[in-house]
Design a protein around this ligand. Structure first.
Ligand SMILES: [Zn+2]
Length: 191
């Protein structure tokens, strides 16, 4: 997997859909400039194909479905293929980064009951708790193992959304620290 930075801004200020941000990032993408994440070969990646995936946002109080085409590249040196994913999407998750952060922020702020929250976002409680679990784990990786009240988790999310440049200040350094994307639930296979 090749992760690309796409959020050089405050998440709070973003007015575009995740699909639009995804597309804009891919318009800037140049295969020839990439280094293979598996064998580190330079200028060896070539387009290999596309696959379609859904992205779900939450816009004006409603779930909003979009589709994007994910580019897969192949390394001519080692033969491995890699999906190219801008950091506006969470690997293996259909729900966008914005969607999951919004759900978690409202969960930790205790603005409504769990039932009302799940109904508002049209999600199951098991999804909510799965996101909460991975969020707490990743927060711990980032900040160290500290027991904190829910209010702190809410403030942590609010701070993430207020960073001047989410990609450079958090998204990239998080991957460098943990070898995993923020909120990603499956381990990255080294392919
Ligand atoms: Zn390679």
């Amino acid at each position: 997997m090749i992760r690309k930075n796409s959020l050089f801004c405050k998440l709070l200020r973003v007015k575009k859909t995740s699909a639009r941000l995804f597309q804009e990032c891919m318009e800037r993408f140049s295969c020839s400039e990439e280094r293979c994440p598996y064998c580190q070969a330079k200028e060896a990646c070539v387009p290999h194909g596309y696959y379609e995936r859904n992205i779900i946002d939450f816009i004006k109080g409603k779930t909003f479905y979009s589709k994007v085409c994910v580019l897969r590249v192949c390394c001519k040196a080692c033969g491995h293929t890699h999906a190219v994913l801008p950091d506006v999407v969470v690997p293996y998750a259909t729900y966008s980064l914005f969607f999951i952060l919004r759900v978690l922020a409202e969960y930790f702020a205790h603005v409504m009951t769990i039932e009302a929250l799940c109904s508002r976002f049209a999600i199951t409680s098991s999804m909510l708790y799965r996101w909460k679990g991975i969020f707490l784990l990743h927060k711990e990786h980032w900040l160290g193992a500290i027991e904190v009240p829910d209010l702190f988790s809410f403030l942590f999310i609010r701070n993430l959304c207020s960073l001047n440049d989410y990609s450079t200040e958090f998204s990239s350094p998080f991957i460098a620290l943990t070898n995993c994307s923020f909120l990603q639930q499956h381990e990255t296979r080294r392919k």
